[in-house]
Design a protein around this ligand. Structure first.
Ligand SMILES: NC(=O)c1ccc[n+]([C@@H]2O[C@H](COP(=O)([O-])OP(=O)(O)OC[C@H]3O[C@@H](n4cnc5c(N)ncnc54)[C@H](OP(=O)(O)O)[C@@H]3O)[C@@H](O)[C@H]2O)c1
Length: 251
């Protein structure tokens, strides 16, 4: 049976761990050739090896998502390798300092979080869109969060950046609506990753109580949503910010 992304090329930023890793593996399992972008080489090369050992194709392009020249090189390397770009998950992100109130939140952390989470998405879109137009169209998913839809206590830059990701998503979706490129965002609640390990420990009960479904999410559950939005099954969906949140935002 034909796999959903056979012959397609998918690019994942922040593909070295967590949600990005799960999405890279899911795309490869559905037949896509996968470019993984991140800073950590050993972790990323291990994922490339996992994909190629199962008969798939993947490359790692070491990339700091805040650096325009490196993001340009990432997209160029991918297109030089496989001749096209069809799908992208712009996922690279950091939490910053989660529970620090605004008067004591440092500008240094603000700049870091905005640079990675928001400028990184802008730069990814900037270079991916022309490559997709040259391939005849495509689908992009940007990584927002429930923190892109509601506020919370402390960690102002994270909320600002993830709200900004939804703004980028809507703007890019409208710019490209008639050009064959769909642009959507996903908004996960707590997903079990290294990032969640930075803010959940010690407060499991409080965070669990916020999830009506009664548990945290798995990385595979976000990957499934990303693959759906990148597939032809989502052909009439663009400019949306889709919760993957166990019901959290329904309250
Ligand atoms: N886990 C959750 O509960 C949750 C909920 C909602 C949204 N999210 C979002 O999901 C995304 C992935 O996070 P995760 O939970 O999977 O955590 P994670 O395992 O820590 O993944 C973060 C990824 O971002 C990459 N990254 C960070 N800074 C980078 C930079 N300057 N350049 C390139 N890559 C960079 C990391 O790779 P390197 O360190 O190798 O560069 C890593 O691959 C983030 O955008 C996060 O905000 C997570």
């Amino acid at each position: 049976m034909a796999r959903t992304f056979e012959g397609k090329v998918a690019l994942i930023t922040g593909g070295s761990s967590g949600i990005g890793k799960a999405t890279a593996l899911a795309f490869a399992a559905e037949g896509a050739r996968v470019a993984i972008a991140a800073r950590r080489a050993a972790e990323s090369e291990a994922i490339v090896k996992q994909i190629t050992s199962q008969g798939g194709e993947a490359i790692f392009v070491q990339t700091d998502i805040t650096q325009a020249a490196q993001v340009e090189r990432l997209v160029k390397t991918t297109v030089d390798k496989w001749g096209r770009l069809d799908c992208a998950l712009n996922n690279a992100g950091i939490i910053g300092t989660p529970f620090v109130p605004t008067p004591t939140y440092s500008q240094e952390t603000w700049d870091q979080v905005i640079n990675v989470n928001l400028t990184g998405v802008f730069l990814s879109l900037k270079y991916e869109i022309p490559a997709m137009l040259a391939s005849g169209g495509g689908a992009i998913v940007n990584m927002s969060s429930i923190a892109g839809q509601v506020g919370g206590w402390g960690g102002i830059a994270y909320y600002a950046s993830k709200h900004g990701v939804i703004g980028c998503t809507k703007a890019a979706a409208l710019e490209n609506a008639t050009k064959g490129i769909r642009v959507n965002a996903v908004c996960p609640a707590v997903i079990k990753t290294d990032m969640a390990d930075q803010f959940v420990p010690g407060q499991e009960e409080k965070f669990l109580a916020a999830h009506p479904i009664g548990r945290f999410g798995e990385t595979r559950e976000v990957a499934d949503a990303v693959l759906f939005l990148c597939s032809d099954k989502a052909s009439f969906m663009t400019g949306i910010a889709m919760p993957v949140d166990g019901g959290l935002l329904a309250r």
